[in-house]
Design a protein around this ligand. Structure first.
Ligand code: F6R
Length: 365
């Protein structure tokens, strides 16, 4: 049932404050503001030299963001690859290592094959899945559930933000266990996580402004997404979502890679969507925006209300996001990224919930 919404995708985007809140409540003790994982770990975070992550599509992008968090909070090196490569790469894996798999359906053939490879190679298996009865869940040593509820729209939305939520909680838990986060830092991060559902709801209030931008985007043939840090994978997610439901060609680059090639594409016709919360590297992204502006490129900046002024660039089109700390920005910035793709597809009259050539669960390779 789509309720008041035209599409399941819209409904699922709007469910995010609730399902992220529910997922947080499963991993955090809301009263004390501490992480409380809902399972015993059959491994010790302190003993790990490396974490291996593998997944497909949007779940892989969640893993890319998780990498930044595990490395920053837990000083745990992460190797991550798409499952279709990982399963055949014959990657050497650490002794007594931990491998993490992320999947909404829990049935993705390549992810399941990667899991089996990791298991045969002596890894403990932790999986972040949305369907608790799935093959991936059953074959794991420990399951970290996302509580997104059934996701019907082919394009993953609420499962993605719940995956991010779980990965954030795991990374903070790992940091506290490994002693790389102090108690105080842990409490601060948990406080930020607890704020996420409210911030997602705030971001959703900008829906009409985002729809307006999306209508413009729907008229072009190519879009470039840029970001740094965790906003780089968010750029990948923006491009993936736009391609899969609106069929507009989109590419994403780490903003710093712009001058190594893609800058040649910049002209007045191709919108450049810059995802840039005001974090420690915002200034660096501003210099990339200057490079785009100097070549007549059209920029859409997704950031908070102060970002445009701080950039010093005139005439920036902005999608305004709530003021928030930068650590978990992806959980909130997912909203404009999803809505841009959604409204561009709606403007083009595409079948948003059932895009051509795609299946919800990819059980063959
Ligand atoms: C994109 C999308 C796909 C899935 C991918 C993995 O919106 O939905 O890229 O994320 O097929 O699926 P799961 O998470 O079921 O393993």
């Amino acid at each position: 049932d789509k309720g008041a919404h035209k599409h399941f995708m819209a409904k699922e985007i709007h469910e995010q404050p609730e399902v992220v809140g529910r997922t947080l409540a499963h991993y955090l003790d809301m009263a004390t503001g501490r992480v409380r994982l809902p399972f015993e770990t059959p491994f010790d975070w302190k003993d790990l030299d490396r974490l291996t992550i593998s997944a497909c599509g949007t779940a892989y992008i969640a893993g890319l963001i998780g990498k930044y968090w595990f490395e920053r909070f837990a000083r745990l090196p992460v190797e991550i690859d798409v499952a279709s490569e990982f399963r055949y790469r014959e990657a050497p894996l650490p002794r007594k290592g931990l491998a993490l798999f992320i999947s909404q359906s829990g049935e993705t053939a390549d992810t399941l094959a990667s899991l089996r490879y990791a298991k045969e190679n002596g890894q403990k298996i932790l999986s972040v899945v949305n369907v608790p009865t799935s093959s991936i869940a059953r074959e794991s040593d420990v399951v970290a559930p996302t509580l997104a509820g059934p996701e019907i729209g082919v394009a993953s939305t609420k499962a993605f933000t719940c995956q991010l939520t779980v990965l954030a909680c795991l990374a903070v838990a790992a940091g506290l266990e490994r002693g790389t986060l102090s108690e105080a830092e842990g409490l601060r991060l948990v406080t930020e996580l607890i704020a996420a559902p409210g911030l997602i709801a705030e971001a959703l209030k900008h829906e009409h402004a985002i729809e307006h931008v999306a209508r413009d985007i729907s008229k072009v043939t190519d879009v470039l997404y840029l970001g740094r840090g965790t906003s780089y994978p968010m750029a990948l997610e923006g491009a993936l979502k736009l391609k899969e439901i609106s069929y507009i060609h989109a590419e994403a680059y780490a903003a710093g890679e712009l001058k190594h090639g893609p800058i040649a594409l910049i002209d007045e016709t191709m919108p450049v969507i810059v995802i840039a919360p005001r974090d420690a590297i915002y200034e660096k992204t501003v210099s990339n925006m200057q490079e785009v502006a100097a070549r007549g490129g059209r920029i859409v900046l997704i950031s908070d209300e102060h970002a445009a002024a701080e950039s010093g660039l005139a005439g920036l089109e902005t999608v305004v996001m709530p003021n928030m700390g930068p650590d978990f920005a992806p959980i909130v910035y997912a909203v404009p990224v999803q809505l841009l793709a959604y409204y561009a597809a709606v403007a083009l009259g595409k079948d948003v919930d059932q895009p051509r050539n795609l299946a919800k669960s990819v059980t063959v390779e």
